[in-house]
Design a protein around this ligand. Sequence first.
Ligand code: GLC
Length: 728
Amino acid sequence: MKSFTTLTLLLIAQGICMAQTPIYKNKKAPTESRVEDLLKRMTLDEKILQLNQGTVGDNNNPNNNGFKKPSFAEGIGSLIDFSADPAFRNSIQKRAMEETRLGIPILFGYDVIHGFRTVYPISLAQGCSFNTELVQQMCAVSAKETKLSGVDWTFSPMIDVARDPRWGRVSEGYGEDPYTNAMFGVASVRGYQGNQLDAPYSIAACLKHFVGYGMSEGGRDYHYADISPQSLWETYMVPYQAGIKAGAATVMSGFNDISGIPASANHYTLTEVLKNRWSHDGFVVSDWGSVEQLMAQGVAKDRKEAGLKAFMAGVDMDMEDDVYSQNLKQLITEKKIPMTRIDDAVKRVLRIKFRLGLFDSPYTPIVEQRYLQPESKVVAQQLAAESMVLLKNDQHILPITAATSKIALVGPLAKDQEDLLGNWHAHGEAADITTILDGLQKEFGQKVQFNYAKGCAFDGTDESLIAEAVEAARKSDIIIACIGEKAGWTGENTSRSTIALPAIQEKLIAELKKTGKPLVLILGNGRPLELMRLQPMADAILEMWQPGITAGDALASILSGRVNPSGKLDITFPLTTGQIPTYYDMRQAARPYSGKYQDIPTDPLYWFGYGLSYTNFNYAPIQLSSASIRKNQKLTATVEVKNTGATTGKEAVLWYISAPASSISRPMKELKYFEKKEIAAGTKIIYKFELDPIRDLSFPDADGKRHLEAGTFTLMAGDQKIKFELTD
Ligand code: GLC
């Protein structure tokens, strides 16, 4: 009897306790129940606060310093945290959890683009690896460093298709191809977010900058973007649709406008497509000040109108410019904004916070040894090496042979550190970088004497250092010249009128060439470069990009032949700036064999997909499961690739389609699948592509509806191509 009474009392006590604990604080309750319960408890002021983002720490983005000093209202929805100090972050979070009425946690965000403290290759380089598994792994490891630093949300991946390398932000995405950006965007989302957002090291991803930012006219950042509805769907929307399908938690609206309607005030893209058609149930954050900037873009007469337009278009959270905190309440009073829209936006923000587990685990565990861990460095070096692209290798001058005993190592990047981090390197530190000289000395040991000379600065007119470099070359067997760009020459607000390197660097190469010694160019850059004058002077060219902390190690592993280069360009290298835009999936010209430049060749120097290896890969004819398929049938294509050389290597097979005459003119060819495998010397491997006509052969119309038209298609891989019929 006694035990029964005790049990009864316990159950009653539990019942009372449950009744007193609000549903939103019950970690066992379904997320949507917690969202709804919390929402109905919130005042209008508390709701509006959730739709604002402030900053803490020292804002290191010079393009945004003028906007706002770091201060924020208690109970604010989100903070960009520049501090990398989890204890500092926890102190702020503690105030939000314990000193505000409802204890709603703050969402801490930051730009982790290619690493937090362990810096990996820039994204444009990552895309050249055509290894999405490795990039997913990198993002997962990077997310751990990020989470342990107090940041729950990264403003990454940037998946803006870019075809104008004058635009400095080309470095931040995965190149010119919609499918490549889509696949690496998906890999990044999966890496950052893991299988569930509330896992210990998962962080929320943010697809940016929705949409069409890469089309900024003339490559001038923040500028007008004229995008036809056809191009919008065929090119710029593709990566975002894939990223949303992969479960990206958030989206950032862009600075650009889309043919007159700013991306941050574009109801069609932000609400009709993103939220209604694609059913995105996370939230949209503006870019820094992009709400206020609607005035500059000529669509808002004042901040209040800017807030109205952005919010009603579908921007849920306002980054940094305080337009929402200062105007939403008035707009509600004036009945210009309905409470249903406020509640929709607040629920989206709360939903991501609940999914991240912030209500139940609001604090960051303090782990002192959280940076530069062995697992990070292994991934960093493998990805750096697989991102490098061998563009030229006359007489197989590379890899460097044992006969070489003296190497002239010259150029502004030869001993550089900071610039090999690339732009947006978060809390990366120059001292973490293995320089090229250090990496080579480690790799080649005492077998090689390195004669180092800087040769010249990145730019300027000082030729006084060239003689020393020429002298170093004269007393060496081979010249390795490391030239390229400073980290700050790409990234935000870094557009350049030319993609040629400064004349002083070309002058250095020309003087080195006169020595007659074998000349290897190593390029460290964040955009395609104009190599029209440099390319003929070089015996070999390796595109190193900006490889991050293992720069010297990864480069040395390739120069020594320990690693066989496997990168392929994810962006075309025009012959000159004047050829821009030139990209692989252009539409067919009306007169394909004329309409060319009269003063220079019309073809670019290196096409998308180009990259050499130290071995040779021979593609056998493509085999098809059928020569003809109906629209509801799949087609299996295989190609046998043989490594006919003496060096094992990795080969990424890129599968392209070319469409027949259609109801609209279509790109000359379109990448639809890629896969990378290692093939041992002398062996062969079968690559397979399961072609789905709806996914791979259809095209969107100007409102995104897919159309599939019968006809004779061509499937290509390597130097092989085959036709097949698609019938109704
Ligand atoms: C910047 C960039 C954006 C970044 C944001 C926060 O201006 O445009 O890519 O995520 O502001 O730093």
